[in-house]
Design a protein around this ligand. Sequence first.
Ligand code: PNW
Length: 489
Amino acid sequence: MLILTEFTLVLILSTRLCNSQEWKFPVDFKFGVATSAYQIEGGWNADGKGVSIWDVLGHNRSVLVEDGSNGDVACDSYNKWEEDVMMAKNLGVDYYRISLAWTRILPEGHGTKINPAGVDYYSKLINKLLENGIEPVITLYHWDLPQFFSPLGGWTNPVIVEYFANYARTAFTLFGDKIKTWITFNDPREICQTFKGLVGDVTPNFPLGVAEYLCSHNLLKAHAEAYHIYDKEFRSKQNGKISIIIDFSWSEPANASNPEDVRAAEQNVLFDFGIYANPILDVDYPKGVIDRIAERSKLENLPESRLPKFTLAEKMRIKGTYDFLGINHYMTTYTRAVDNRQVTRPSIEVDAGGERFSDPTWEGCAAYWIKVVPWSLRRLLNWIKNTYHNPDIIITESGYADGSEVLEDDGRINYYRVYLNATLQAILEDGVNVKGYMAWSLMDNYEWIFGYTLRFGLYHVNFTDPNRTRTPKKSVEYFKNVIKTRSIN
Ligand code: PNW
């Protein structure tokens, strides 16, 4: 009986996956691919570009990088951008998400000294995309902070808010007549938790449990300033949309019938995602986060909470600063409640509590944080729908890594098949307003502290060839076909 039931279920699901006429992406749904400046451009000091924290890390502290490499040349997209556009065109994507290197536009990071060669580079790229019917989506900040801000403490210093606002206004002025979709920040959790608002070389005295929150506090204010500048000075002429991308790692209760585990998992979701999303999509930090950090701070005998407070005016300035929500999704874990009332060295991880682990039966890939667990994407999309009044969502990154130079990338094809199917389930069965899906990434690129050891591309890049030759992997045909048929096969 059980076998029959399961068999029937599999039959229904696979019929739906393969044959159903309705199991298609809605007409207004868009497909895309994403990259970021430091990961692909190279040309780290070409034609007047200034230095970023990643240039400095790649040159002086490349011991922190798995293969000791840097992004000096990367995919050489500073020279090969026309080929990149043709690759995107071949896929048939609606959009190509790139990021601007802040120091290519403003070499000093601050002030008004603009680098004309940098402006020219992005103008040519944007124009070429538009000529080929591809919408350029621009991320202002994808981690390559101007080095100027590093000794000031990066995102932990509130002065950064005005500097970022100046950079954002410069970008809207230079490119806004051609751009319909702007993103302020890519992945605040990575910026503030992984990299601690700098590039995460955490010294023994680094103020953990404080720095992460100073970073998110300033980042949220900077996001809101950029949003309001766009709204007030540019929107009426340029008619674009602007928002933020927040990475969402889903946390599932280890035992769904144990209320403690349910609470611990929810708390992790609030610390990973809600801490950045709630001030924008609702108001202020989530209550669960405020209460938890206050409680931990008290245990540590601190006079006040380690989490900074927004004034009422700041809360109102940040609230509602989104025209849609960008989501990057990679990680899934189970969370088990643990008793951690003891006082240890504070950090956002300790504050978040719970013990996170993955199921050994989940299929993995070369990136340890990625498991193929598509139901978790569907759950987190529903969580957003239910928590924040069903906003428009664009999945701005989703992808799979190989650890070697695989061209027959069946693992990636399977990944996209099941994650796109979960996206369709969320749209068609659950009524979540998902409006787009972007694959990470158009091509293999510099994967931060993993250097060139992880390959996320639909296109292979030969990093030992001075020409950085690009070759389509098998997944190019697959993704192309999904876009063409608007269905999964
Ligand atoms: C994203 N996680 O970072 C970045 O936006 C990309 O630049 C990067 O290349 C891509 O993911 C692949 O790693 C994340 O552990 C890295 O949940 C890790 C996580 C999330 C985002």
